[in-house]
Structure formats: structure tokens, C-alpha cells
Design a protein around this ligand. Structure first.
Ligand SMILES: Cc1cc2nc3c(=O)[nH]c(=O)nc-3n(C[C@H](O)[C@H](O)[C@H](O)COP(=O)(O)OP(=O)(O)OC[C@H]3O[C@@H](n4cnc5c(N)ncnc54)[C@H](O)[C@@H]3O)c2cc1C
Length: 309
């Protein structure tokens, strides 16, 4: 039997991939969604969302169910599998999966997301959503007049600290090494912000709290002594792990291993291969941004198909 040739193969069933599938279908294209799971990060981490327009406060699980219901209305075929390789021969992309299947498409949208890099310290996992957060834009507002710590002395950590200092009573920024890695501009802003205290040589060992975070314990890397800080929240800003293994060698990456895209179209350097959401070098990692990216890529793929067919 002749193998079906899809117009668009989308890889990843998070907000970016599902929105791309909805938009692809609405462009009257033959779409296939290949994903390891439906929902992505917000479903896996069971979080409360307060910044998705039009829905007020909603759990990540309920929000993603709404995306899923919408997708089901359009009967877009979904294959629950892991993409392991993409190859382009002539105009056709071949996507191989972990279950040793191969799918053919005229265009591909990579929306395989990323996971925040965990610290892997005692108490971290148990207190996610109860004082431990990986996203200051998402949860910063909850810490008005409270005490917070940010782990990570790079730009992400400093930007998180600056954001929090507009709300929180006190912000600690903990850096493992002897020097912070944030750029000079961020360092100067932090210096002027009296509410922020930067602690270098700080190796966070434990996050404690019965129902919510109340204390963190770090080791001073010079004196080797354990120190305690009373905090209400801990933001972990030590980078993320993008799911890009299957496009290595095909597209360009930035130094964080994120796919470089044209911000207007979502195009990568390979014609017909687009990328959307947290997997890309877009600065802001948010659901609404990922969904917007998905829409942009599906519309770009549609224009691309008009030109090649
Ligand atoms: C704890 C936490 C709280 C957050 N809170 C908020 C919030 O309040 N508001 C907000 O706007 N944002 C929040 N975010 C950020 C938000 O979750 C992300 O910006 C968003 O999920 C990105 O969507 P995405 O579709 O790009 O990627 P993801 O959600 O990561 O989805 C990627 C999908 O690709 C699949 N996949 C990965 N690799 C492969 C492969 N090889 N083959 C096939 N499928 C694959 C995954 O299984 C998944 O389904 C939060 C994130 C975390 C971790």
C-alpha cells in the first residue's frame, strides 16, 4: 500500500503543537500530530494557571483538556509515539519514531518543548506549586510582600530577581560559583535594588516546609558550613532541557540548545521545517506564546505548501 503523504507533520502535543494542529486543519490541510503525550509541561507538572487570557484561574490539566477537546472536534489524527529522526529527501520529510514507524510529510513543525532543569535537591519535587516554582512570570505575583529566593546567578536568575523585587519584601539570589554570570546591565540594576541580596558560593541542599516552603538550607562552598534562610518561595532558574535530540545536525541551535527560528514565520534554516514554542530561541516561555507560535508556524507552513505544490 502506498504510504500517505501528509501536508504537515507536527511533533509535540503541548500548547504549541496542538494549536498548530488546529490551525493546520483550519487551513484545510492534511495534518498528523506525533507526540509522546498530550498536554506537555503544564499537564505533567500539575500547575495552576492564572495568565491564560479568557479563562481566569484554571489548573494546567483543565486548560490542556480544553485544547484537547478543541483538537478532537477537528479529528486530527494523533500518533502517540516519540519522533527519533527527521530526514528530508527532495521535497519530502521522513519522520521516524521510537516504535520503528516512518511518516511522510511535505512540511514539519517541531513543537517538542522543553523541561525546566531541576536542581534535584531534597524537598524540591514535593513542594512544586507550594513554594517551588520554575517560572517567575507565572507565579511571581503570589509573593507580594513576601520573602523569596532565586537559585541561579545567570541572566535568567537576575531577571527573575529584578521582577520579584518589585513585589516581594526581600529577594535572595543564590549562585553556586564564586562569581555571578549575569551580564553587567543586570548586575548594575540588582546593585541599585536594595531588596535584592546576592549570595555567591551557595550550594542549595534542601528546601523545607510542611505544606508550603518555609526554609532553604544551603552550604557555603568556602566555609563548608550549612546556612538557613527563611523564605516563602524558591524560584529555580538554572536553565531548561529542550527536546531537540531528533533534529541535531539538521537545524541551527543557540547556546542553550534551542532551535533558531525566524521570529516572524517560525522558519528554521531548512525549507519546510518550522519550530514553535519552548523548543525555540524565543525569549518568553509561556503557554500563550507557545500557542501563538503554533498558529504562526501552521500559517507559514500553509504558505510554504502553496509555493511548492
Ligand atoms: C511548573 C511550570 C509551571 C508553568 N506555569 C505556567 C503558567 O502559569 N503560565 C504560562 O503561560 N506558562 C507556564 N509554564 C510554561 C509553559 O508550560 C510552557 O511555556 C508551555 O508548556 C510550552 O508549550 P510547548 O508546546 O512549547 O511545549 P511543552 O508543553 O513542553 O510540550 C511539548 C510536547 O512535545 C512532546 N515531545 C517531546 N519530545 C518529543 C518527541 N521526540 N517526539 C514526540 N513528542 C515529543 C512532549 O511529550 C509534549 O507533549 C509553566 C511551566 C512549568 C514547568
Amino acid at each position: 500500500m502506498k504510504q500517505k503523504l501528509y501536508d504537515i507533520i507536527i511533533i509535540g502535543g503541548g500548547p504549541a503543537g496542538m494549536t498548530a494542529a488546529i490551525y493546520g486543519h483550519r487551513e484545510n490541510l492534511d495534518v498528523l500530530l506525533i507526540t509522546k503525550d498530550i498536554g506537555g509541561q503544564i499537564k505533567r507538572k500539575s500547575v495552576e494557571i492564572e495568565n491564560y487570557p479568557g479563562l481566569g484561574k484554571i489548573s494546567g490539566k483543565s486548560l490542556i483538556e480544553k485544547f484537547e477537546e478543541h483538537l478532537k472536534e477537528f479529528k486530527v489524527p494523533v500518533v502517540l509515539d516519540k519522533a527519533v529522526k527527521i530526514k528530508k529527501t527532495g521535497k519530502v520529510f521522513f519522520v521516524s519514531t521510537g516504535d520503528k514507524k516512518q511518516f511522510k510529510g511535505l512540511s514539519v513543525i517541531v513543537a517538542s518543548g522543553a523541561d525546566p532543569r531541576p536542581l534535584e535537591v531534597t524537598g524540591e519535587k514535593e513542594l512544586i506549586g507550594r513554594g517551588v516554582s520554575y517560572c517567575v512570570t507565572c507565579d511571581g505575583m503570589l509573593y507580594k510582600d513576601r520573602i523569596t529566593a532565586v537559585v541561579g546567578g545567570g541572566n535568567a536568575g537576575f531577571e527573575a530577581g529584578i521582577f520579584l523585587s518589585r513585589l516581594a519584601k526581600q529577594v535572595y539570589i543564590l549562585e553556586y560559583g564564586p562569581k555571578v554570570r549575569a551580564d553587567k546591565t543586570n548586575q548594575q540594576i540588582v546593585k541599585k535594588t536594595q531588596k535584592i541580596k546576592v549570595i555567591t558560593n551557595a550550594d542549595l541542599k534542601e528546601i523545607k516546609g510542611k505544606n508550603f516552603v518555609d526554609t532553604i538550607i544551603y552550604q557555603d562552598n568556602i566555609t563548608k558550613k550549612a546556612k538557613t534562610l527563611k523564605v516563602d518561595g524558591v524560584f529555580i532558574e538554572i536553565g531548561s532541557i529542550p527536546a531537540t535530540g531528533f533534529v541535531k545536525g539538521l537545524v541551527d541551535f543557540n547556546k542553550r540548545d534551542e532551535i533558531k527560528v525566524n521570529p516572524q514565520t517560525g522558519e528554521t534554516k531548512i525549507f519546510g521545517l518550522f519550530a514553535a514554542g519552548d523548543i525555540t530561541d524565543n525569549k518568553y516561555k509561556q503557554i500563550v506564546v507557545a500557542a501563538g507560535d503554533g498558529a504562526r508556524c501552521a500559517l507559514s507552513a500553509s504558505r510554504y505548501l502553496q509555493n511548492i505544490i
